[in-house]
Design a protein around this ligand. Structure first.
Ligand SMILES: NC(=O)c1ccc[n+]([C@@H]2O[C@H](COP(=O)([O-])OP(=O)(O)OC[C@H]3O[C@@H](n4cnc5c(N)ncnc54)[C@H](O)[C@@H]3O)[C@@H](O)[C@H]2O)c1
Ligand SMILES: O=c1ccn([C@@H]2O[C@H](COP(=O)(O)OP(=O)(O)O[C@H]3O[C@H](CO)[C@H](O)[C@H](O)[C@H]3O)[C@@H](O)[C@H]2O)c(=O)[nH]1
Length: 331
Protein backbone atom coordinates (compact mmCIF):
# COMPACT_ATOMS: atom_id res chain seq x y z
CA UNK A 1 0.00 0.00 0.00
CA UNK A 2 1.07 3.61 -0.53
CA UNK A 3 0.93 6.62 1.79
CA UNK A 4 -0.24 10.03 0.55
CA UNK A 5 1.71 12.90 2.13
CA UNK A 6 0.04 16.31 1.75
CA UNK A 7 2.55 19.15 1.92
CA UNK A 8 5.42 16.75 1.18
CA UNK A 9 7.48 19.57 -0.32
CA UNK A 10 7.44 21.49 2.97
CA UNK A 11 9.77 21.40 5.95
CA UNK A 12 8.27 18.55 7.97
CA UNK A 13 6.60 16.79 5.02
CA UNK A 14 9.90 16.43 3.15
CA UNK A 15 11.42 14.66 6.18
CA UNK A 16 8.33 12.45 6.41
CA UNK A 17 8.82 11.38 2.80
CA UNK A 18 12.43 10.35 3.49
CA UNK A 19 11.41 8.48 6.66
CA UNK A 20 8.59 6.62 4.87
CA UNK A 21 10.90 5.60 2.03
CA UNK A 22 13.49 4.39 4.55
CA UNK A 23 10.74 2.31 6.16
CA UNK A 24 10.04 0.67 2.80
CA UNK A 25 6.77 2.50 2.08
CA UNK A 26 5.55 3.62 -1.32
CA UNK A 27 5.04 7.39 -1.14
CA UNK A 28 2.77 9.77 -3.04
CA UNK A 29 2.90 13.55 -2.47
CA UNK A 30 0.42 16.32 -3.15
CA UNK A 31 1.72 19.87 -2.77
CA UNK A 32 0.83 23.16 -4.42
CA UNK A 33 4.38 24.39 -3.70
CA UNK A 34 3.28 27.64 -2.04
CA UNK A 35 5.92 27.36 0.70
CA UNK A 36 7.40 23.98 -0.26
CA UNK A 37 9.85 22.99 -2.97
CA UNK A 38 9.80 20.30 -5.61
CA UNK A 39 13.54 19.69 -5.08
CA UNK A 40 12.88 18.94 -1.41
CA UNK A 41 10.81 15.88 -2.32
CA UNK A 42 12.79 12.63 -2.53
CA UNK A 43 12.87 11.55 -6.19
CA UNK A 44 11.47 8.10 -5.32
CA UNK A 45 8.15 9.67 -4.27
CA UNK A 46 5.40 10.23 -6.85
CA UNK A 47 4.55 13.93 -6.91
CA UNK A 48 1.24 15.57 -7.88
CA UNK A 49 1.37 19.36 -7.95
CA UNK A 50 -1.96 20.79 -6.83
CA UNK A 51 -4.27 21.82 -4.04
CA UNK A 52 -5.63 19.52 -1.34
CA UNK A 53 -9.11 20.97 -1.97
CA UNK A 54 -9.10 19.91 -5.63
CA UNK A 55 -11.53 16.98 -5.37
CA UNK A 56 -10.98 15.88 -8.98
CA UNK A 57 -7.22 15.69 -8.45
CA UNK A 58 -7.63 13.80 -5.18
CA UNK A 59 -9.94 11.27 -6.76
CA UNK A 60 -7.38 10.77 -9.58
CA UNK A 61 -4.60 10.28 -7.02
CA UNK A 62 -6.68 7.69 -5.15
CA UNK A 63 -7.57 5.93 -8.41
CA UNK A 64 -3.95 5.82 -9.64
CA UNK A 65 -2.34 4.67 -6.38
CA UNK A 66 -3.22 2.00 -3.80
CA UNK A 67 -3.31 4.41 -0.85
CA UNK A 68 -4.35 3.23 2.62
CA UNK A 69 -3.22 6.26 4.66
CA UNK A 70 -3.01 10.02 4.34
CA UNK A 71 -0.55 12.09 6.38
CA UNK A 72 -1.79 15.66 6.23
CA UNK A 73 0.85 18.41 6.62
CA UNK A 74 -0.36 20.93 4.02
CA UNK A 75 -1.41 24.21 5.59
CA UNK A 76 -0.48 27.74 6.59
CA UNK A 77 1.68 27.91 9.68
CA UNK A 78 2.67 31.42 10.78
CA UNK A 79 0.93 32.42 14.03
CA UNK A 80 1.15 36.26 13.59
CA UNK A 81 0.02 36.01 9.93
CA UNK A 82 -3.08 34.19 11.16
CA UNK A 83 -3.83 37.15 13.42
CA UNK A 84 -3.68 39.61 10.50
CA UNK A 85 -5.38 37.25 8.00
CA UNK A 86 -7.71 34.99 9.99
CA UNK A 87 -10.04 34.19 7.10
CA UNK A 88 -7.11 33.14 4.91
CA UNK A 89 -6.03 30.76 7.67
CA UNK A 90 -9.51 29.33 8.16
CA UNK A 91 -9.71 28.85 4.38
CA UNK A 92 -6.40 27.02 3.92
CA UNK A 93 -6.32 25.11 7.20
CA UNK A 94 -9.96 24.41 7.97
CA UNK A 95 -12.04 24.71 4.80
CA UNK A 96 -9.46 22.91 2.65
CA UNK A 97 -8.88 20.23 5.27
CA UNK A 98 -12.62 19.63 5.22
CA UNK A 99 -12.45 19.14 1.45
CA UNK A 100 -9.51 16.74 1.85
CA UNK A 101 -11.29 14.72 4.55
CA UNK A 102 -14.37 14.53 2.30
CA UNK A 103 -12.20 13.13 -0.54
CA UNK A 104 -10.64 10.63 1.88
CA UNK A 105 -14.04 9.47 3.13
CA UNK A 106 -15.41 9.30 -0.42
CA UNK A 107 -12.48 7.10 -1.50
CA UNK A 108 -12.79 4.90 1.61
CA UNK A 109 -9.19 5.50 2.77
CA UNK A 110 -9.05 3.97 6.27
CA UNK A 111 -6.21 5.88 8.02
CA UNK A 112 -5.45 9.56 8.51
CA UNK A 113 -2.68 11.36 10.42
CA UNK A 114 -3.12 15.09 11.03
CA UNK A 115 -0.48 17.71 11.91
CA UNK A 116 -1.99 19.64 14.76
CA UNK A 117 -0.21 22.00 17.07
CA UNK A 118 0.50 23.09 20.61
CA UNK A 119 -1.26 26.29 19.60
CA UNK A 120 -4.60 24.55 20.34
CA UNK A 121 -3.78 24.88 24.06
CA UNK A 122 -3.03 28.62 24.22
CA UNK A 123 -1.26 29.51 27.46
CA UNK A 124 -1.98 26.79 30.01
CA UNK A 125 -3.42 27.95 33.34
CA UNK A 126 -0.59 26.29 35.26
CA UNK A 127 2.89 26.75 33.81
CA UNK A 128 3.73 23.05 33.59
CA UNK A 129 3.78 20.44 30.81
CA UNK A 130 0.34 20.09 29.24
CA UNK A 131 -1.47 16.80 28.78
CA UNK A 132 -3.99 16.25 26.00
CA UNK A 133 -6.86 16.47 28.49
CA UNK A 134 -6.36 20.11 29.56
CA UNK A 135 -8.82 22.72 28.36
CA UNK A 136 -8.22 23.84 24.77
CA UNK A 137 -8.03 27.62 24.50
CA UNK A 138 -6.26 28.62 21.27
CA UNK A 139 -5.00 32.22 21.34
CA UNK A 140 -4.58 32.65 17.59
CA UNK A 141 -6.71 31.97 14.50
CA UNK A 142 -3.94 29.51 13.52
CA UNK A 143 -4.59 27.45 16.66
CA UNK A 144 -8.37 27.69 16.18
CA UNK A 145 -8.11 26.69 12.52
CA UNK A 146 -6.23 23.52 13.53
CA UNK A 147 -8.58 22.71 16.41
CA UNK A 148 -11.55 22.91 14.03
CA UNK A 149 -9.88 20.30 11.83
CA UNK A 150 -9.34 18.06 14.85
CA UNK A 151 -13.08 18.33 15.58
CA UNK A 152 -14.03 17.59 11.95
CA UNK A 153 -11.84 14.48 12.01
CA UNK A 154 -13.36 13.26 15.26
CA UNK A 155 -16.89 13.63 13.88
CA UNK A 156 -16.05 12.19 10.45
CA UNK A 157 -14.40 9.17 12.09
CA UNK A 158 -17.51 8.60 14.22
CA UNK A 159 -19.71 8.60 11.12
CA UNK A 160 -17.47 6.79 8.62
CA UNK A 161 -14.96 3.97 8.38
CA UNK A 162 -11.98 6.16 9.27
CA UNK A 163 -9.34 5.96 11.99
CA UNK A 164 -7.22 9.03 12.71
CA UNK A 165 -4.21 10.09 14.72
CA UNK A 166 -3.92 13.76 15.62
CA UNK A 167 -0.37 14.69 16.60
CA UNK A 168 -0.05 18.03 18.35
CA UNK A 169 3.45 19.19 17.53
CA UNK A 170 5.28 21.56 19.78
CA UNK A 171 8.10 23.60 18.19
CA UNK A 172 9.64 21.62 15.39
CA UNK A 173 13.29 22.36 14.66
CA UNK A 174 16.54 20.87 13.42
CA UNK A 175 17.12 19.04 10.16
CA UNK A 176 17.58 15.56 8.75
CA UNK A 177 20.64 14.05 10.51
CA UNK A 178 21.72 12.69 7.10
CA UNK A 179 21.57 16.20 5.59
CA UNK A 180 18.89 15.47 2.95
CA UNK A 181 16.39 18.10 4.09
CA UNK A 182 15.82 20.94 6.51
CA UNK A 183 13.88 24.18 6.93
CA UNK A 184 14.37 25.78 3.51
CA UNK A 185 11.81 28.56 3.23
CA UNK A 186 13.34 32.03 3.00
CA UNK A 187 10.20 33.43 4.62
CA UNK A 188 10.33 31.15 7.65
CA UNK A 189 9.67 32.94 10.94
CA UNK A 190 10.89 30.16 13.24
CA UNK A 191 13.28 31.16 16.00
CA UNK A 192 15.98 28.52 15.46
CA UNK A 193 15.94 28.95 11.68
CA UNK A 194 16.31 32.73 11.98
CA UNK A 195 19.02 32.50 14.64
CA UNK A 196 21.00 30.07 12.44
CA UNK A 197 20.67 32.42 9.46
CA UNK A 198 22.02 35.29 11.61
CA UNK A 199 24.79 33.06 12.99
CA UNK A 200 25.95 32.24 9.45
CA UNK A 201 25.84 35.87 8.34
CA UNK A 202 22.84 35.34 6.03
CA UNK A 203 20.78 37.91 7.96
CA UNK A 204 22.29 40.95 9.65
CA UNK A 205 20.40 40.70 12.95
CA UNK A 206 17.28 39.46 14.67
CA UNK A 207 14.78 40.51 17.34
CA UNK A 208 13.69 38.93 20.58
CA UNK A 209 9.93 39.46 20.68
CA UNK A 210 8.93 40.35 24.24
CA UNK A 211 11.02 40.38 27.41
CA UNK A 212 8.20 40.97 29.91
CA UNK A 213 6.48 37.57 29.91
CA UNK A 214 5.79 35.84 33.25
CA UNK A 215 8.64 33.37 32.66
CA UNK A 216 12.00 33.00 34.46
CA UNK A 217 13.92 35.34 32.10
CA UNK A 218 10.93 37.25 30.66
CA UNK A 219 11.09 35.61 27.20
CA UNK A 220 8.73 32.92 25.84
CA UNK A 221 9.36 29.28 26.65
CA UNK A 222 8.83 26.52 24.07
CA UNK A 223 9.40 22.78 23.78
CA UNK A 224 11.68 22.29 20.73
CA UNK A 225 11.36 18.87 19.11
CA UNK A 226 13.78 17.52 16.51
CA UNK A 227 12.04 17.06 13.16
CA UNK A 228 13.44 13.54 12.73
CA UNK A 229 11.99 12.39 16.07
CA UNK A 230 8.69 13.95 15.04
CA UNK A 231 8.42 12.06 11.75
CA UNK A 232 9.30 8.82 13.55
CA UNK A 233 6.20 9.36 15.73
CA UNK A 234 4.14 9.47 12.51
CA UNK A 235 5.58 6.13 11.39
CA UNK A 236 4.59 4.66 14.74
CA UNK A 237 1.10 6.14 14.40
CA UNK A 238 0.74 4.53 10.99
CA UNK A 239 1.87 1.14 12.30
CA UNK A 240 -0.52 1.39 15.22
CA UNK A 241 -3.55 2.20 13.06
CA UNK A 242 -2.71 -0.50 10.53
CA UNK A 243 -2.53 -2.99 13.41
CA UNK A 244 -6.08 -2.06 14.40
CA UNK A 245 -5.37 0.64 17.00
CA UNK A 246 -8.16 3.20 17.42
CA UNK A 247 -8.11 6.95 16.92
CA UNK A 248 -5.71 8.92 19.10
CA UNK A 249 -4.81 12.52 19.93
CA UNK A 250 -1.26 12.85 21.27
CA UNK A 251 1.33 15.53 21.99
CA UNK A 252 4.73 15.47 20.29
CA UNK A 253 7.31 17.30 22.35
CA UNK A 254 10.01 16.36 24.86
CA UNK A 255 8.52 17.67 28.08
CA UNK A 256 10.98 20.48 28.78
CA UNK A 257 11.17 24.03 27.59
CA UNK A 258 13.79 26.60 26.65
CA UNK A 259 13.36 30.36 26.67
CA UNK A 260 14.14 32.47 23.60
CA UNK A 261 17.31 33.70 25.34
CA UNK A 262 18.38 30.13 26.16
CA UNK A 263 17.94 29.15 22.52
CA UNK A 264 20.01 32.11 21.35
CA UNK A 265 22.76 31.26 23.88
CA UNK A 266 22.80 27.70 22.53
CA UNK A 267 23.13 28.92 18.93
CA UNK A 268 26.02 31.21 19.96
CA UNK A 269 27.78 28.41 21.84
CA UNK A 270 27.30 25.71 19.18
CA UNK A 271 28.32 28.07 16.38
CA UNK A 272 31.14 29.62 18.40
CA UNK A 273 30.29 33.25 17.63
CA UNK A 274 28.08 36.05 18.91
CA UNK A 275 24.69 37.02 17.41
CA UNK A 276 23.42 40.53 16.73
CA UNK A 277 20.13 40.73 18.61
CA UNK A 278 17.76 43.56 19.51
CA UNK A 279 14.83 43.56 21.89
CA UNK A 280 11.39 44.22 20.41
CA UNK A 281 7.81 44.28 21.71
CA UNK A 282 5.73 41.12 22.04
CA UNK A 283 4.59 39.44 18.81
CA UNK A 284 0.82 38.99 18.31
CA UNK A 285 -0.63 35.61 19.28
CA UNK A 286 2.38 34.29 21.25
CA UNK A 287 1.59 32.35 24.45
CA UNK A 288 4.14 32.89 27.27
CA UNK A 289 5.01 29.25 27.80
CA UNK A 290 3.99 25.95 26.32
CA UNK A 291 5.65 22.61 27.05
CA UNK A 292 4.35 19.12 26.21
CA UNK A 293 3.61 16.18 28.41
CA UNK A 294 4.58 13.48 25.87
CA UNK A 295 3.65 10.46 28.05
CA UNK A 296 0.69 9.42 25.89
CA UNK A 297 2.67 9.33 22.61
CA UNK A 298 5.40 7.34 24.35
CA UNK A 299 2.92 4.84 25.79
CA UNK A 300 0.47 4.47 22.90
CA UNK A 301 2.89 4.78 20.00
CA UNK A 302 5.95 3.30 21.67
CA UNK A 303 7.71 6.49 20.56
CA UNK A 304 11.25 6.88 21.94
CA UNK A 305 12.93 10.17 20.96
CA UNK A 306 16.54 9.98 19.81
CA UNK A 307 17.52 13.65 19.50
CA UNK A 308 16.24 15.23 22.73
CA UNK A 309 19.20 17.61 22.96
CA UNK A 310 19.00 21.32 22.04
CA UNK A 311 22.69 21.38 21.06
CA UNK A 312 22.10 18.60 18.53
CA UNK A 313 18.95 20.28 17.17
CA UNK A 314 20.87 23.53 16.70
CA UNK A 315 23.92 21.74 15.18
CA UNK A 316 21.69 20.03 12.59
CA UNK A 317 19.86 23.30 11.83
CA UNK A 318 23.18 25.13 11.37
CA UNK A 319 24.51 22.36 9.10
CA UNK A 320 21.39 22.54 6.94
CA UNK A 321 21.48 26.35 6.76
CA UNK A 322 25.07 26.12 5.59
CA UNK A 323 24.25 23.43 3.01
CA UNK A 324 21.32 25.54 1.84
CA UNK A 325 23.58 28.54 1.15
CA UNK A 326 25.79 26.40 -1.06
CA UNK A 327 22.71 24.90 -2.74
CA UNK A 328 21.16 28.34 -3.43
CA UNK A 329 24.47 29.52 -4.80
CA UNK A 330 24.36 26.76 -7.42
CA UNK A 331 20.57 26.93 -8.17
N1 LIG B 1 6.87 23.87 11.96
C1 LIG B 1 6.34 23.77 13.16
O1 LIG B 1 6.98 24.12 14.17
C2 LIG B 1 4.97 23.22 13.34
C3 LIG B 1 4.45 23.09 14.64
C4 LIG B 1 3.17 22.57 14.80
C5 LIG B 1 2.45 22.14 13.71
N2 LIG B 1 2.94 22.26 12.46
C6 LIG B 1 2.12 21.81 11.34
O2 LIG B 1 2.89 20.95 10.51
C7 LIG B 1 2.49 21.08 9.15
C8 LIG B 1 3.70 21.27 8.27
O3 LIG B 1 4.41 22.43 8.68
P1 LIG B 1 5.78 22.85 8.00
O4 LIG B 1 6.58 23.54 9.04
O5 LIG B 1 6.35 21.71 7.28
O6 LIG B 1 5.26 23.96 6.98
P2 LIG B 1 5.68 24.25 5.46
O7 LIG B 1 5.08 25.58 5.11
O8 LIG B 1 7.14 24.06 5.26
O9 LIG B 1 4.94 23.09 4.67
C9 LIG B 1 3.58 23.16 4.27
C10 LIG B 1 3.50 22.55 2.89
O10 LIG B 1 2.13 22.51 2.49
C11 LIG B 1 1.99 23.05 1.17
N3 LIG B 1 0.63 23.60 1.09
C12 LIG B 1 0.10 24.60 1.85
N4 LIG B 1 -1.20 24.76 1.54
C13 LIG B 1 -1.50 23.82 0.60
C14 LIG B 1 -2.70 23.46 -0.09
N5 LIG B 1 -3.84 24.11 0.11
N6 LIG B 1 -2.65 22.44 -0.99
C15 LIG B 1 -1.48 21.78 -1.23
N7 LIG B 1 -0.31 22.07 -0.60
C16 LIG B 1 -0.35 23.07 0.30
C17 LIG B 1 3.10 24.07 1.04
O11 LIG B 1 3.48 24.33 -0.29
C18 LIG B 1 4.23 23.38 1.83
O12 LIG B 1 4.99 22.52 1.01
C19 LIG B 1 1.50 22.25 9.12
O13 LIG B 1 0.20 21.73 9.05
C20 LIG B 1 1.73 22.96 10.43
O14 LIG B 1 0.56 23.60 10.90
C21 LIG B 1 4.20 22.80 12.24
O1 LIG C 1 12.88 36.11 15.22
C1 LIG C 1 12.26 35.60 16.17
C2 LIG C 1 11.40 34.47 15.99
C3 LIG C 1 10.73 33.98 17.09
N1 LIG C 1 10.88 34.56 18.32
C4 LIG C 1 10.16 34.01 19.48
O2 LIG C 1 10.51 32.65 19.61
C5 LIG C 1 9.40 31.89 20.10
C6 LIG C 1 9.13 30.76 19.13
O3 LIG C 1 8.63 31.31 17.91
P1 LIG C 1 8.49 30.47 16.57
O4 LIG C 1 8.00 31.41 15.52
O5 LIG C 1 9.74 29.71 16.32
O6 LIG C 1 7.38 29.39 16.92
P2 LIG C 1 5.91 29.58 17.51
O7 LIG C 1 5.96 29.12 18.93
O8 LIG C 1 5.32 30.90 17.25
O9 LIG C 1 5.06 28.59 16.59
C7 LIG C 1 5.49 27.31 16.20
O10 LIG C 1 5.03 26.35 17.08
C8 LIG C 1 3.67 26.40 17.30
C9 LIG C 1 3.38 25.33 18.28
O11 LIG C 1 3.93 25.66 19.54
C10 LIG C 1 2.90 26.34 15.99
O12 LIG C 1 2.49 25.07 15.65
C11 LIG C 1 3.52 27.00 14.80
O13 LIG C 1 3.16 26.42 13.56
C12 LIG C 1 4.97 27.01 14.82
O14 LIG C 1 5.39 27.99 13.91
C13 LIG C 1 8.24 32.88 20.20
O15 LIG C 1 8.17 33.33 21.51
C14 LIG C 1 8.65 34.04 19.31
O16 LIG C 1 8.13 35.29 19.68
C15 LIG C 1 11.71 35.65 18.50
O17 LIG C 1 11.83 36.17 19.60
N2 LIG C 1 12.38 36.14 17.42
Amino acid sequence: MAVLVTGGGGYIGSHMVWALLEAGEEVVVIDRLSTGFRWAIAPEARMYEGDIADAALLSRIFAENAIDAVIHFAGSIVVPDSVSDPLGYYENNTVKSRALIASVVEAGIPHFVFSSTAAVYGTPEVLEPVSETVQLRPESPYGSSKLMTEIMLRDAAAAHDLTYTVLRYFNVAGADPKGRSGQSSKTSTHLIKIACAVALGKRPSMSVFGTDYPTPDGTCVRDYIHVWDLVQAHLKALQRMRAGGGSLVANCGYGHGFSVLEVLDTVKRVNGADLTVDFAPRRAGDPAMIVANPALAMKELGWVPEYDDLDVIVRHALDWEDRLSRRNATD
